[in-house]
Design a protein around this ligand. Structure first.
Ligand code: C2E
Ligand code: CA
Ligand code: CA
Length: 690
């Protein structure tokens, strides 16, 4: 009810004082009334004696003079509180009376009273005999109203006492307030002290009060209570710190990749689930950027896992540095990473991010004295295209990333719905490869390779698939699918066998010595029985291995270096030739060139295409030719479409060329119609311009 003890204390003290004051007042009132009564008695007694004396008849007269008595009585009425006066003769007959209006006394009662003062019904009767014994002539009675008199005096007392009473109570309240304040001050300090502690949670404070009253002792108890709390808190904090530390370690292990320090798959998946739910609710969107490193496996295999790890750390570092605050990056595992860009998922912003990401890989990684170029393939997908389903979103981003891989290094792809269609086609292709081999749906096309003298010195065997549903399917589409599905060695096997079978026809067509080049995939180089299979086919079809050449990309070679090198050495020993396909696009570290077993460098089509337009491509081409010469390797350029390109290549000493200028890849049947010498093409109009 009361927020402070001050008020009730003050009330208590004031009430006590007021009560005593009232008691004093009542006692003094009684005393005053007793005094007034006795004074009145004295006065009335004197008054009645005087009146009786004056009414005494003159000497010898026996009776009271009625007229004198009447006057005398009337006079008495003017006295204080006198309300009536009576005069009786000896025979108790009323001689005269005088009464005021408010008189309550009766003469019949008055006449019975003896001399003296009598009290009855609040009236004072003063009675005196007239005359002296034995000559009494009558008696006089004067009545005064004691009630009125007492009331009057009570009133007077009350009004004289009131200011004192009020003053006393006021003073009492003030004093009580001051006293209670003073008394409560230590208690107040203690209350504030505990309130501070509760607010600041600082349990090191102590309450100090040098007195020895209850509050000080209470303070001491609180202090020892605080001592206990403090000790408990320290123990608690230590336990808590250990727990927090353990929890953090567990969190780190569960959510972070120990190599790069980036969040891991677990973390990003948890995070994405929440974010997807949020953007679905707010009708926003969210994007995923997948990327993985091209040729990373090659580095791991050829230079060791430690170098691979260093590259991953460096990759994480580069990418983290190009991201904006709020973008999330995580390592999914192996050489796969994911970025979840913060908010802005507009095409422009995503393209900008992808450009920066690809750009971060243009500089080679400088590790252990080597400059290693690592490419990156990027796939981007939006939550809205995946109906905000996490697994769908991841699969879309993956799809887009594989698109980039198919396009070549250093590219990014934004997922579009039609990719799902093409994905379905891809799945359908993947599922029908086995049947295609059984039903002989594959075909071999040949594309001639031409010497500087314009003669056919070789053929590249290129596979085609006459698909019952999709028509002619190109190897660039189904070879990667076959690689992923582990079907490539069966295809390679089919291809080599078919070439072995057709070799006699080819020998009839081309009168001079030539080689048929077969493309091998990186996946072939993980298949340990490959050499025996090839050797078995050569044996079975009784073909001379010297008619065979094997083309392999530098990345396929290096990614499987240990196996590949042994394998190609054995083929080389049989008399087969080995070419490094698509040269110039992969590893820029050339040091490995002296360590691998090859005969030919095939300059990638991309440089030939850009010969007219790009100084850089001219430079690369020139350098490759130069390099090949120094290493005593043959150089073959592919993708020659204009005589000018050929002229340029001849001028720079390129040994062999291949391209649509001479012939597109054609089936055996069409080879019959192609030229035996192409030198005339050099004199075509375009060639003159160079
Ligand atoms: P590749 O080994 O670089 O083969 C050269 C590709 O360039 C062929 O494409 C060929 O048709 C094309 N080409 C040749 N000259 C020109 C030209 O002047 N202009 C243009 N625009 N293109 C030209 P194709 O036949 O579609 O083969 C694509 C790729 O598929 C090949 O690239 C090779 O990597 C792979 N491939 C083809 N056949 C086989 C095979 O039997 N086994 C394996 N593992 N891969 C194969
Ligand atoms: Ca090739
Ligand atoms: Ca090539």
């Amino acid at each position: 009810m009361f927020r402070s003890m001050k008020l009730p204390l003050t009330l208590l003290i004031s009430t006590a004082v007021a009560a005593s004051v009232i008691v004093v007042y009542i006692v003094s009132l009684n005393a005053q009334q007793a005094r007034v009564t006795s004074m009145q008695q004295e006065q009335m007694s004197a008054l009645v004696q005087n009146v009786a004396a004056r009414l005494e008849p003159a000497q010898g007269d026996r009776d009271i003079d009625g007229e004198v008595a009447r006057k005398e009585l009337a006079l008495q009425l003017s006295h204080r509180q006198v309300t009536a006066a009576f005069v009786f003769d000896l025979r108790k007959n009323l001689i005269t009376s005088s009464v005021k209006q408010n008189n309550l006394a009766s003469d019949s009662f008055a006449v019975t009273l003896p001399a003296g003062i009598q009290m009855a019904d609040g009236l004072m009767y003063a009675v005196a005999n007239i005359g002296k014994e034995p000559y009494l002539t009558g008696k006089v009675v004067i009545v005064s109203d004691m009630n009125g008199l007492l009331a009057q005096s009570q009133k007077t007392l009350f009004f004289s006492v009131i200011p004192w009473l009020a003053g006393t109570i006021f003073l009492t309240v003030i004093v009580a307030l001051l006293v209670s304040r003073r008394l409560l001050r230590p208690l107040q300090a203690l209350i504030e002290f505990t309130r501070d502690i509760a607010r600041d949670k600082d349990y090191s404070k102590r309450f100090s009060d040098k007195h020895n009253h209850e509050v000080a002792r209470l303070g001491t108890s609180i202090n020892s209570f605080l001592d206990t709390i403090e000790v408990e808190l320290i123990i608690n904090k230590e336990q808590n710190d250990t727990l927090v530390e353990q929890q953090q370690t567990m969190m780190r292990l569960a959510n972070y990749d120990s190599l790069t320090g980036l969040p891991n798959r677990q973390f990003v998946v948890d995070n994405l689930r929440l974010e997807l739910a949020r953007v679905r609710r707010t009708k926003d969107d969210l994007a995923l950027v997948f990327f993985d490193l091209d040729g990373f496996k090659g580095i791991n295999d050829s230079l060791g896992h430690e170098t691979g790890d260093l590259i991953l750390i460096e990759v994480a570092d580069r990418v983290v540095n190009m991201l904006r605050e709020g973008d999330l990056i995580a390592r999914l595992g192996g050489d796969e990473f994911i970025i979840v860009p913060d908010r802005d998922v507009s095409d422009a912003s995503l393209k900008n991010l992808a450009d920066k990401l690809v750009g971060a890989f243009t500089e080679p990684f400088m590790l252990r004295g080597l400059a290693l170029t690592v490419g990156v393939s990027v796939g981007i997908a939006r939550a809205s295209d995946a109906e905000y389903e996490l697994s769908q979103l991841m699969s879309n981003a993956d799809l887009a990333m594989y698109r980039s891989k198919a396009k070549g290094r250093g590219t990014y792809t934004l997922f579009t719905i039609d990719m799902v269609e093409s994905y379905k086609r891809k799945m359908s292709i993947a599922n029908s490869i086995d049947g295609a081999i059984r039903q002989d749906e594959f075909l071999v096309y040949y594309q001639p390779k031409i010497s500087q003298q314009g003669e056919i010195i070789g053929l590249e065997a290129l596979i085609r698939w006459q698909h019952p549903e999709f028509g002619l399917v190109m190897p660039s589409e189904f070879i990667p699918i076959a690689e992923q599905g582990g079907k490539i060695s069966a295809i390679t096997q089919w291809m080599i066998e078919r070439v072995c079978m057709e070799l006699p026809d080819l020998q009839m067509l081309i009168s001079r010595k030539f080689k048929v080049a077969i493309n091998l995939s990186g996946h072939d180089l993980r298949h340990t029985g490959l050499f025996d299979d090839i050797y078995g086919l050569f044996e079975r079809y009784q073909v001379n291995p010297e008619y065979f050449e094997f083309e392999v990309t530098e990345s396929a070679y290096l990614e499987n270096f240990a196996f590949a090198d042994k394998f190609f050495k054995r083929l080389s020993n049989l008399g087969c030739a080995i070419s490094l396909d698509d040269f110039g696009t992969g590893y820029s570290s050339l040091s490995y060139l002296t360590q691998i077993t090859i005969d030919t460098l095939k300059v990638d089509r991309q440089f030939i295409r850009e010969l007219d337009t790009s100084e850089r491509s001219r430079l690369v081409t020139g350098t490759i030719i130069d390099l090949a010469k120094r290493l005593a390797l043959t150089v073959c350029a592919e993708g020659i479409e204009h005589p000018g390109q050929w002229a340029y290549l001849i001028e720079h000493g390129c040994d062999h060329v291949q391209g649509y200028l001479f012939s597109k890849p054609v089936p055996l049947s069409k080879l019959l119609t192609i030229d035996q010498n192409y030198l005339h093409l050099l004199n075509a109009p375009d060639a003159a311009q160079g």
